[in-house]
Design a protein around this ligand. Structure first.
Ligand SMILES: Nc1ncnc2c1ncn2[C@@H]1O[C@H](COP(=O)(O)OP(=O)(O)OP(=O)(O)O)[C@@H](O)[C@H]1O
Ligand SMILES: [Mg+2]
Length: 360
């Protein structure tokens, strides 16, 4: 049974349509991420679930309880939804110790005494912060404060966890650690989670499923692998992971492949999922890590090119190289070192290339 049902959600402010026909479900215990660029409507969707913002169309049901139904005039106030909310600005109360921060959250919900003390310590243990119970927020690092904020959200055992960019103000290293830790915590507690981010790495590594949004709409919906390996549009290919993209013209067909002219006299073979027309202009994408540097004297394959590698950028575990192909810039990644300003044999494997219609 789906734990969360969002149906045809719409949000209008004046004549601005901020959300259009947003529908999705989340199963019990699932980790779902809303991913998209700034302003695409992620927070508006989350706030609608939390009851902090009233949508203008649609329906929201959580655990069988209708929180919002425009047609029936139902809107349950945030206070009665019992959801765990954590925002980018997760301010702890500075004049209270860590334990008091959690305890106060329970007191608001009229839970006091031994049961409250037990829950506070259990939640702090869950985030590995029990030993800091007596400290004040000002005496903790940013990452530790973040963990306390999450413990404060978990302490009243919400049926749904709503997290809006909770890791965005941590430095890169802490964010990596917090991500692993958050994933682990969610698995252990099994709490259904909806997570908002514009960071594709976070989305890919944390989620069971990802919803990609753009301009108030859902543009793709799937597992991290599906979203990354088979983006349904240029927008998703570009937003989720870096892609090379170039325009090319269909100049011929041969055995299930189409021959495209990239520019000058460079042609590549592609296998589109649709039937293009002769002369049609298509957008071709390929991920930098799917481009191969061919070494030794292996047999030539389609889309092998001899190119001048004229740019290198060392990035630790891998190096990013650049070259020109048919007048267009292409980047690729490799672990082994290639010399700059040398001619190399480069392969764009047919199965690694995705093709989109120009208007898609
Ligand atoms: N009260 C408001 N009045 C007018 N426009 C608003 C209002 N609240 C939000 N918007 C607009 O709605 C759109 C969606 O906002 P939202 O906060 O949901 O984006 P987001 O995806 O969370 O972006 P970010 O990644 O920057 O947080 C934005 O274009 C924003 O400017
Ligand atoms: Mg936001």
């Amino acid at each position: 049974m789906a734990d969360v049902v969002v149906q045809n959600l719409g949000r209008r402010i004046g004549n601005l349509e901020i959300l259009k026909d947003v529908s999705f479900t989340v199963a019990e215990g699932e980790f779902l991420t809303l991913l998209g660029p700034s302003g695409c409507g992620k927070s508006t969707t989350l706030n609608a679930l939390a009851g902090l913002d009233r949508p203008s169309a649609g329906r929201i049901v959580v655990g069988g309880e209708t929180f919002y139904d425009e047609a029936r005039g139902i809107f349950v106030d945030a206070r009665y939804r019992n959801l765990g909310l954590m925002f980018q600005s997760y301010a702890l109360w500075p004049h209270m110790t860590v334990a008091q921060n959690l305890d106060f959250t329970l007191e608001i919900r009229k839970l006091r005494g031994a049961e409250a003390r037990k829950r506070v310590m259990e939640s702090l243990e869950l985030v590995d912060m029990a030993q800091y119970a007596g400290r004040y927020p000002g005496e903790l690092s940013g990452g530790q404060q973040q963990r306390v904020a999450l413990a404060r959200t978990l302490v009243y055992q919400p049926k749904l966890l709503l997290l809006d960019e909770p890791l965005s103000n941590l430095d890169a290293k802490l964010r990596d650690r917090a991500r692993d830790w958050l994933r682990d915590l969610q698995r252990r507690t099994g709490v259904t989670t909806i997570y908002v981010t514009h960071d594709q790495t976070e989305a890919l590594s944390l989620s069971d499923r990802i919803i990609v949004m753009n301009q108030g709409r859902i543009v793709q919906h799937g597992t991290p692998t599906t979203i990354y390996e088979t983006p349904g549009s240029m927008f998703v290919a570009d937003f989720v992971g870096a892609s090379n993209a170039f325009e090319a013209e269909v100049v011929g067909f041969e055995e299930g492949t189409a021959r495209l002219r990239l520019g000058e006299d460079t042609h590549i073979l592609v296998r589109p999922e649709f039937t293009p027309e002769l002369g049609e202009r298509l957008t071709v994408t390929i991920r930098p890590e799917r481009i191969e540097a061919v070494t030794g004297d292996s047999a030539a394959e389609p889309n092998d090119f001899s190119v001048l590698v004229d740019a290198t950028s060392y990035q630790g575990a891998r190096t990013v190289y650049g070259f020109a192909l048919g007048g267009q810039r292409v980047r690729f990644e490799a672990a082994a070192g290639l010399d700059s300003d040398t001619t190399a044999r480069i392969r764009l494997p047919v199965e690694a290339i995705r093709v989109y219609r120009a208007d898609a």
